[in-house]
Design a protein around this ligand. Structure first.
Ligand code: HEC
Ligand code: HEC
Length: 231
């Protein structure tokens, strides 16, 4: 190859790459609102992001794949767990993960800070990331549809969308607090007690470490029927 040809390849390659990169950047900013919902970034979302940095949650967790790979990705955690579970996990990880081999330290996050974190994670959960990773997308769909149109969601997706952050079934979800197949066999609650247990565990079992679930009584009924059908 002559020096002249090498220069042509170098400049053509560089300029084409720069043009593509500049176009992608411009195109993203053009659609910023649609992808990142920037108008929804209010003071509480910003406060939650500051809490995220104050406690270095990123050392162990990732958001959009950035951060530490020790603990679960947090981008869609809002839909995977819901508000009350996130607050309970952040404030009492030693209780929730009592029986888990992986541990999260109690970082001393205050209740107000945990509430701001939820706002931040609610915002990240709505970032348009083109339905990736797909296993989280199931939880997003189930969380969005389960209260209004439960008939449109598969039963297992309703159950795992609500409880799959800590329980598993048929090799889906995360088994921190028991697999529903096994739990169902040992469970002696009737339907009404099981519904009450989901909405307020301590009213049924005073030393339960399971957080109250923020689901409607109707959804709790669907889940109870599912669990009891496994017996
Ligand atoms: C030293 C590492 C570490 C730090 C720092 C840490 N976590 Fe965790 N976190 C974990 C581990 C490990 C788990 C999963 C435990 C398990 O699966 O048994 C977890 C789980 C979670 C979960 C549940 C995730 C899911 O999908 O089930 C939430 C929510 C969470 N952490 C929030 C936070 C927040 C918010 C912060 C910062 C205030 C934080 N974590 C800081 C290690 C950490
Ligand atoms: C944030 C974690 C978490 C989530 C989410 C969660 N659980 Fe639990 N669950 C626990 C823990 C921890 C226990 C361990 C036993 C205890 O302390 O009561 C438990 C225990 C249970 C038990 C056994 C109770 C008993 O007395 O033997 C049932 C049934 C149950 N959960 C159902 C559910 C259902 C249904 C959902 C979803 C609506 C759900 N859980 C969501 C953490 C969770």
């Amino acid at each position: 190859m002559t020096l002249r040809n090498a220069r042509i390849i170098f400049w053509a390659g560089t300029l084409v790459s720069v043009a593509i990169f500049a176009w992608l950047t411009w195109d993203f900013h053009r659609q910023e609102e649609a992808y990142a919902h920037t108008s929804k970034i209010d003071d509480r979302v910003v406060a939650g992001k500051k809490v995220w940095h104050k406690y270095n949650c990123n050392n162990c967790h990732t958001i959009l794949g950035f951060g530490g790979y020790y603990a679960p990705d947090m981008t869609k955690a809002y839909y995977r767990l819901g508000e009350s579970n996130i607050i309970s996990i952040v404030m009492q990880p030693q209780e929730i993960y009592r029986d888990s081999f992986r541990k999260m330290p109690n970082l001393g996050v205050t209740e107000a800070e945990a509430a701001d974190l939820v706002q931040f994670l609610h915002w990240t959960a709505n970032i348009e990331n083109r339905k990736w990773p797909p296993q989280d997308e199931k939880y997003v769909q189930a969380a969005r549809l389960r209260d209004e149109q439960p008939e449109k969601v598969r039963k297992t997706d309703i159950v795992l969308g609500a409880c799959g952050g800590c329980h598993s079934f048929a090799n889906q979800g995360r088994d921190i607090a028991g697999d529903f197949g096994e739990l169902a066999r040992d469970l002696d609650y009737d339907r009404e007690t099981l519904v009450r247990f989901m909405l307020d565990p301590r009213s049924v079992n005073s030393d339960s470490s399971m957080p109250a679930q923020n689901i409607t009584p109707e959804t709790a009924g669907i889940i109870a029927d599912f669990i009891l059908s496994l017996r």
